[in-house]
Design a protein around this ligand. Structure first.
Ligand SMILES: [Zn+2]
Ligand SMILES: [Zn+2]
Length: 239
């Protein structure tokens, strides 16, 4: 929930119009970014039809074949939205146009999805390298994680793990090259003996970045790593 001052600021910037349809956004509820109809139509995911480990579609919500034969290093994934229209528009506006109020909306949607799954010791946003952070001025995953941690009363620990080099953006690379691109890119800053960490990201596509972070966290002693992502991209066979 935004403070009164933040809502007034949002109304000043967006004029109380829905970011998606230009209709009237109700400034008394949520973030005042979307009208009720657009918020209702967001492509929410039903976790009953998804693999609990990687959040790709699986019959009856069972562990999928890939996670059975070649399990990733993370233990679970919860995704709030499918990465398709209009979730893609919202995430691009957050990432590339600095529309930070969208992070509060995504954080709230994600917090609704993790209800009942909040037995975690620390919430970690996917870190950006220092160079990328300077260039962009903010970390969109950090902004989403802030909303989740606040709503679910969890401890945000952005410095638990850092990105030790600036890798080319995953989105610019073919899927097959993404695991190699992030190999060894993350380093934990302290021992994590036996704890459960929730890693927050804006979009999960191949899962290569999240897998690499889970590896670094487990190497530092974490017992369990769960991913909380605002949106999940589905490969063509699932679309
Ligand atoms: Zn609308
Ligand atoms: Zn799976």
């Amino acid at each position: 929930m935004l403070t009164h001052a933040a809502r007034r600021f949002t109304n000043l910037v967006f004029g109380g119009t829905c970011l998606l349809c230009r209709g009237s956004a109700d400034s008394t509820r949520g973030e005042g970014l979307l009208c009720a109809a657009c918020e209702r139509d967001l492509p929410r995911l039903d976790k009953d039809g998804l693999c609990p480990r990687c959040a790709l579609p699986s019959a009856g919500g069972a562990l999928c074949g890939t996670c059975l034969t070649a399990p990733p290093r993370f233990d679970a994934t919860i995704a709030a939205l499918a990465y398709r229209f209009p979730a893609d528009v919202l995430i691009r506006a957050l990432k590339f146009h600095g529309t930070l109020a969208i992070a509060a909306l995504l954080g709230r949607l994600l917090a609704q999805c993790i209800a009942g799954a909040t037995q975690v010791d620390a919430v970690l946003p996917v870190p950006l390298s220092a160079g990328r952070l300077r260039e962009r001025g903010y970390n969109q995953s950090m902004e989403i994680a802030r909303g989740v941690a606040r709503t679910a009363a969890l401890k945000l620990e952005p410095w638990l793990c850092e990105r030790n080099r600036n890798t080319p953006a995953q989105v610019d690379l073919p899927h097959a090259q993404r695991a190699r691109n992030v190999l060894g890119a993350f380093r934990c800053t302290r021992p994590l003996e036996g704890i459960t960490v929730a890693v927050v990201d804006d979009v999960m596509t191949t899962g290569a970045t999240l897998d690499e972070i889970a590896g670094a966290l487990k190497e530092a002693g974490a017992a369990r790593v769960v991913n909380w992502v605002a949106a999940r991209t589905f490969p063509p066979q699932f679309q």
